[in-house]
Design a binder for this molecule. Structure first.
Ligand code: 5GP
Ligand code: ZN
Length: 111
């Protein structure tokens, strides 16, 4: 079965795009858990952030920069960036993605 986020990158599955560059795309999460819940993903498929960091550290940094620029544009009063990795990390889509969460006070530690 084709990767869901690869299908979003190719346009086969629509997404609510927030920002895009040559290597990275940011779109709203379909099931937001905060007023800002944006997913920032590399356009090339990597299974998780660990693979992305090994294979393409520049694109990993681009993901973080794009999240930071969206947070600045929205003037968020603090925010959280999270890569869930693997089953215990809560990853459910196995195409690396950075969650940008903000717009409300976020609890810590996570569940
Ligand atoms: P994970 O649990 O892997 O860290 O995060 C996957 C995220 O992808 C979840 O927050 C989920 O709501 C989101 N998601 C799953 N399917 C879709 C989809 O088809 N479109 C969008 N925009 N987000 C999705
Ligand atoms: Zn993919």
């Amino acid at each position: 079965m084709k990767c869901l986020f690869c299908s979003i990158v190719s346009g086969e599955i629509p997404a609510d795009t927030v920002k895009e560059s040559d290597n990275v795309i940011a779109f709203n999460d379909i099931n937001p858990v905060a007023p800002t819940h944006v997913l920032v993903i590399p356009k090339i498929h990597y299974e998780n952030a660990s693979e992305l960091a090994s294979a393409s550290p520049d694109v990993l940094i681009e993901c973080l920069e794009m999240a930071s620029s969206i947070a600045k544009e929205r003037e968020l009063d603090g925010y959280r960036t999270v890569f869930n990795t693997g089953a215990d990390g809560g990853q459910s889509v196995f195409h690396a993605h950075l969650h940008l969460l903000g717009g409300r006070a976020l609890a810590w530690p996570p569940g």
